[in-house]
Write a protein that binds this ligand. Structure first.
Ligand code: ADP
Ligand code: MG
Length: 355
C-alpha cells in the first residue's frame, strides 16, 4: 500500500471516505469532513418481478404493509448478519451513491464498516465482498462495540479496560476492550426487537388483544422502564380482540411493560455478569473504577442504567447520543486510519499465508 502524508492529502481530494453502521434496525453513513449524512431504517423494498430494489430506508419503511403483492420489504440484516447478500450489496451501493451525491470523486471511496463482535470469518468476508462489489476502493472492517467505544471517546488503545454494552434492534453486543483489542465479548439475540415481541406476547396473553410490532415498539419507547417510577405511566393501545375479531382499546401501564420484558432484561444482566466473570482481574479493576457505557437505541430504555448498577455494582453511563456511537466511531477511524489500523479486523487476503 502506498503510504505517506502527501499521498493521503492527494487521496482526500480524489476520493470520499465513508463510514457505515449497518445496524439491524438503523443504517447510518458518515462522510469524511461532513459527519453523519444518512440515518435511516435498515429496510429495502424489492420488486419481486424484476428483482430490483425500488426503495431503501425511510422510503422502503413507509411502504411496509402498503405494498402491492409483487413488492416486498425486507430487512437485509438479521441479527446483525447479512441474511441476503445481493440485497445488502444493493443497499450498500445505494448508500455509497447517495452519500457522495452531487459530488462524485475519482477513485472508489475508502469505507469503514462495523460488524457485530464475534461474527465468523465467512460473515466478515460477506460484508467485505458486498462493500467491495458496491464500489468501495478500500474496505476496512471494525467490530461494532469497538467503533462504539471510539465514538464514545473511550481510551481503547491504552492499557486500560473499557466496557461497552451496545443494545440494538436484533442483537446486544457486550464487549471489554483494552490495548486496541476486544478482550472479552458476548453477542446475544436479546435486544430491542425481542422486547417488542415480549410486549406483543404479554398483551395477547393478558388482554387477549393482538397488536403489531410498530405499536409494541411505540409502547416500549413511550412508557417502557425497567425500574418502578414514582408515578405510573399509561398508554392506550389499539389492537384486534382475539375473541371477537373486532378492534378494541386497552390501557396498559409501565408495570405491564416491565413485567412483559423482565425475562429478557434479566438475560441481558446475566450476560453482562458472565462477561465480567471471565474478564482478567486487572481489566476488571479498571472497569469497576471507570464504569460501563451503554450504547445503541436500547440504552434509552428507562431505568436500564440504574438497574444494571443495582445488579452488578459498577457505575453505568448512557453514552451521549447512543444511536450514533458506532457511526461516529467509524468516522473517527476514517479520519485517523493510520492510528487505528490495529483496531480493525485483519483482511485475510492481506495476511501472510499460514506455514
Ligand atoms: P441497530 O444498531 O441494531 O440498528 P439501534 O442502535 O439503531 O439498532 O437501536 C434500535 C433499537 O433501539 C430498536 O429496537 C428501538 O426500538 C430501540 N429504541 C430506540 N429508542 C428507544 C427508547 N427511547 N427506549 C427503548 N428502546 C429504544
Ligand atoms: Mg448497532
Amino acid at each position: 500500500m502506498i503510504g505517506g502524508k502527501r499521498f493521503e492529502n492527494i487521496r482526500r481530494l480524489l476520493a470520499h471516505d465513508i463510514g457505515i453502521d449497518l445496524g439491524t434496525a438503523n443504517t447510518l453513513v458518515y462522510l469524511r469532513g461532513r459527519g453523519i449524512v444518512i440515518n435511516e431504517p435498515s429496510v429495502v423494498a424489492i420488486n419481486q418481478k424484476t428483482g430490483r430494489v425500488v426503495a431503501i430506508g425511510n422510503g422502503a419503511k413507509q411502504m411496509l404493509g402498503r405494498t402491492p403483492t409483487h413488492i416486498i420489504a425486507v430487512k437485509p440484516l438479521v441479527e446483525g448478519v447479512i441474511s441476503d447478500f445481493e440485497v445488502t450489496e444493493e443497499m450498500i451501493t445505494h448508500l455509497l451513491r447517495r452519500a457522495q451525491e452531487g459530488n462524485r470523486k475519482f477513485i472508489g471511496p475508502r469505507v469503514v464498516v462495523g460488524v457485530p463482535s464475534g461474527i465468523t470469518n465467512v460473515e466478515t468476508r460477506a460484508v467485505r465482498d458486498a462493500t467491495r462489489n458496491a464500489g468501495a476502493g478500500e474496505v476496512h472492517i471494525v467490530e461494532e462495540p469497538m467503533a462504539a467505544a471510539i465514538g464514545i471517546k473511550l481510551p481503547v488503545k491504552d492499557p486500560v479496560g473499557s466496557m461497552v454494552i451496545d443494545i440494538g434492534g436484533g442483537t446486544a453486543d457486550i464487549a471489554v476492550i483494552s490495548l486496541g483489542g476486544v478482550v472479552r465479548s458476548k453477542n446475544l439475540r436479546v435486544a430491542g426487537d425481542r422486547l417488542n415481541q415480549d410486549i406483543i406476547s404479554y398483551i395477547r396473553n393478558e388482554f387477549k388483544i393482538l397488536i403489531g410490532e410498530k405499536t409494541a415498539e411505540n409502547i416500549k419507547i413511550a412508557i417502557g422502564s425497567v425500574i418502578p417510577r414514582e408515578a405510573a405511566l399509561e398508554a392506550s393501545v389499539k389492537g384486534r380482540d382475539l375473541v371477537t375479531g373486532l378492534p378494541r382499546e386497552v390501557v396498559i401501564t409501565d408495570a405491564d411493560v416491565r413485567e412483559a420484558i423482565s425475562q429478557s432484561i434479566a438475560s441481558l444482566v446475566e450476560a453482562a455478569r458472565e462477561v465480567l466473570e471471565t474478564t482478567p482481574p486487572e481489566v476488571l479493576a479498571d472497569i469497576m473504577h471507570r464504569g460501563i457505557y451503554l450504547a445503541g437505541g436500547g440504552a434509552l430504555l428507562g431505568g436500564l442504567a440504574e438497574l444494571l448498577h443495582e445488579e452488578i455494582k459498577i457505575p453505568i453511563f448512557v453514552a451521549p447520543d447512543p444511536l450514533t456511537c458506532v457511526a461516529r466511531g467509524a468516522g473517527v477511524i476514517l479520519e485517523n486510519l493510520e492510528d487505528y489500523r490495529d483496531v480493525l479486523i485483519a483482511n485475510e487476503d492481506e495476511l501472510p499465508a499460514a506455514k
